[in-house]
Ligand binder design. Sequence first.
Ligand SMILES: Nc1ncnc2c1ncn2[C@@H]1O[C@H](COP(=O)(O)OP(=O)(O)OP(=O)(O)O)[C@@H](O)[C@H]1O
Ligand SMILES: [Mg+2]
Length: 1031
Amino acid sequence: MSAEIKVKRPSSRKRSRDRRISNLTPAMKRTSASGRQCPDNTRPIDISRALDQSMDATFSEYCSDPEDLFGDYDSIVSDSSFLAKLDRVGQNMRQNDIEHTTSSRCPVILLAGNPDFTSLKSSTDNCPKQSCDDSMTESFLEGFTDDAFLDMPSSQLAFLQDPQTADRNCCTDEDKTSMSMRHPEKSVSTEDRNERHIAPKARKSVSDHLKRAMMANAATPSSVSRTAVQKEAVVTEEISVAMQAVESVSMATTDLGPFFGLPTKVKELICNLKGIKDLYEWQKTCLNLDSVQQRRNLIYSLPTSGGKTLVAEILILKELLCRRKDALFILPYVSLVQEKVRALASFGLELDFMVEEYAGSKGRFPPVKGRGKRSLYIATIEKAHGLVNSLIETNRLDNVGLVVVDELHMLGDGSRGAIIEMTLAKVLYISKSTQIIGMSATLGNLQDIQKFLKAESYTNDFRPVELKEYVKLKDSIYEVDPKEEECFRFSRVLNFKYSSAMQKIDQDHIVALVTEVIPSQSCLVFCPTKKNCENVAGMICKYLKEDFIQHKQAEKAVLLGELRSSGNGSLCPVLKKTVPYGLAYHHSGLTSEERKLVEEAYSAGVLCLLTCTSTLAAGINLPARRVILRSPYVAADFLKRSQYKQMVGRAGRAGIDTHGESILILQDKDKVLVKKLVSAPMEICKSNLMHSDGKGVLSLILSVIGLNITNSLEQIRDFMSGTLLSVQEKQVCLERSLWEVTQECVELLKEKGLVTVSTEPQDGSLQVTKLGRATYKGSVDLTYCDLLYRDLSKGLESLMLNSFLHLIYLVTPYDMVSQCKPDWMVYFRQFTMSSAAEQKMCAAVGVSESFVARKAAGQNVKKNVDQVVVSRLYLALVLQSLLKETDLWSVADRFQLSRGFIQTLLSSSSVFCSCVLHFTEELEEFWPFKALLTELTRRLTYCVQAELIPLMEVAGVMERRAKLLYNAGYKTLAHLANADPNVLAKTVENLFKKQANQIVASAKMLLNEKADALQEEMDDLLMMPLDLLSL
Ligand SMILES: Nc1ncnc2c1ncn2[C@@H]1O[C@H](COP(=O)(O)OP(=O)(O)OP(=O)(O)O)[C@@H](O)[C@H]1O
Ligand SMILES: [Mg+2]
């Protein structure tokens, strides 16, 4: 039974779909685009359609937010006026701020009567210490002069009457991290251990040398005792026993060693670094499964917060330490990769393996060989694909013993799902000894995925904290019980007392619902749009008593200070108002640094409530006592079952709460759909290789030919039979069989000049052309490859280097174009401020000053101008300003774009720049671009003052922290790697010991990695050629 809930989307435009005209259709049949011809008779394909498609999907996500899209659920009737008021208040406050900028940085006494939390007064001043006062509240509320709020919800009154509840159960961040530096003696024993497994090296390596020097610098005399050395010996012994056990593993063997085949030290590290003392029963069972012990592929599926990650991490450690193979850990987002790199770097240092980050533009292809040291690659979906390709190309995929995919249900997630499928299909086909493990909380069709991965499965309903699901209809709360006919069982009537004005503004009683838990417990409110997140946060604050301000007042002041310094002095006006109440919003419009600060403050209990979009539900571990779903919609779309499950799954914090609860607010009209939502099985996860008219199949075939995995139609057929698409052929390939699709794709690749047939006599094998190789090596989207070729060729004819603009334009991602509409006045102003050379360049790419001037004047322009070029140039102007000024806030302000969008633009440009670099490396005629793009990638990746770059290379160190570190004297990677975490935590403002430990560990890891890369280069230089002539 299909679990998909079909909802009529009022706003989705209908587009006629002619299946014959698609990306599978030769471009020459669809368009007669002009411009320079690509090599090998490549013809440009029409990207306008692809752009149009993505425009629909993403425009609302990035452009200045459209109005709220959820009709009856928007009970905040004065949303827009609310924001306008906020703005007005913000302006007044800004004026105040200017007056306060002279205040000292010295913590932490709040200025009495000061409406701004972030203005701190030096402790040497004689001002009496006073709690943040009413004037602050008033200053915030003066923008909302209506006197609607007369009565408090009774739950809140209860809180106010009970001062004890104000003492929030805060995270005691007890630091147990063992990060003692290794003593040289200790490294000798490590070396001894290595010698058992790898051939002895005649000369000392550069990295060993560096490592020794580093260790000697950092070692404190007392850090290594005899017991430590003895412990190390025991670990070595345990590892070797475990290895022997693995080697001699028989079908009957279940007990491989002291801790699931790993040394006891691993258990200690898990306890010290993660605070986990014992495994859950299901985790033990899972680790003892036959399929795990005999290294068969496995998918395990458990509810959210079930503790899936730990099992994967133990298996990874087993692979690295016992089997001495590399491992690849695939996570869906850059921030998750960085978090994992930071968390596992300490394990790597203690257990002697490398932890390498593959995210954004970071990560080497192929990776450094590591000389006997095993590597754990932690990668985003896209980077993992590039990594696997590079390992196949260098015949090294067998070195990867284990691939772990977290959130495996993302296989069903559009083009990203297609990339996961391609990666796994290649691993399955090439390396039979590589084990694949996938995990998910929301897989509806386990059997299909099992068949694709030839995997066994393990499922369990375990959840460490009980989750109760409720819905709220009018003023009643019903418990969700799918077993009951009605699905909902009456639970209670919501206890609240609203004035009529308040009832009008908060029709859904959100204030009543949240004040039942905050501030003593935490709450997440999922909202359908970004704008609504901000409005709901503001609205709740409006009705909170001033007592909320006194809760964790000092910590909130620190947070505001950090938010302000992350914005180089600018502070989001909404956060400025909500943070004093312990509230914040969280969505992609915030910069990543702001998001991180908000997340950290929420985890530490400084903030008690976040209003957020569905993006917070994926992967991030920010649980809450109560989760409220503001409406059953994401933008205009009805919630999917898996989205619902991910959101409600954030409720209940392991180790803190005894239970968690979710409340979905619903209106009468959605009752039937919501019944289906809470009771239906999970949606099935479908192959996405046919997504965007088969783009996945096209690029998969191109890369398998390019990587020499297959070179005949028959072999391609064989390869394709190992995909998820093949398993689901009947459901997904509706009009043609997979074999027909395959043949059609090969023909199309030939027509596009990306694949050709060998001209060698008697050969006839399929080969990629130079453009084909450049395309798959650069991971360039097939939709744009010939356009990119033409743009770069044009660039060669007229590249202007007296300004960055032309170069930036060439690496401005095509797929961001649809996400931003130029503001013509801003465009014109920027244009007129450009140099004569820049204006000439703009005209050369097809955007003249007169065109922009007419647009700015609101005139109709009849001239046929390429909209893609116009918008892309606009984005290039944004990027250029950013590179010049490095101040995200002022650029966002000038271009009237959200700072979150600007940051996304910057990071996707740095990724695309490195793709273009790899693309040009494969095409001789583009050699001049190599040096230029290498430097540009670096600049786009960091976009900060040059001296901060070495510090920001360390996983998760962002600009603000890099500045603090730099100012505290930690100026290079070596400074960080050799730092004592205790000293670091004391010297750098607001840096917890645990974070300091992680920074030092990550820096050490990175230094090792760099040294290994140098060593590899040296080894290659000094290696005797195998084919050297001798007498
Ligand atoms: N054995 C354990 N004892 C105590 N806490 C644990 C244990 N195993 C995992 N945890 C903790 O439980 C929390 C949730 O674990 P984890 O992130 O692995 O959940 P998950 O199953 O991956 O959930 P999701 O599907 O939401 O990603 C983490 O904070 C983790 O440290
Ligand atoms: Mg997880």
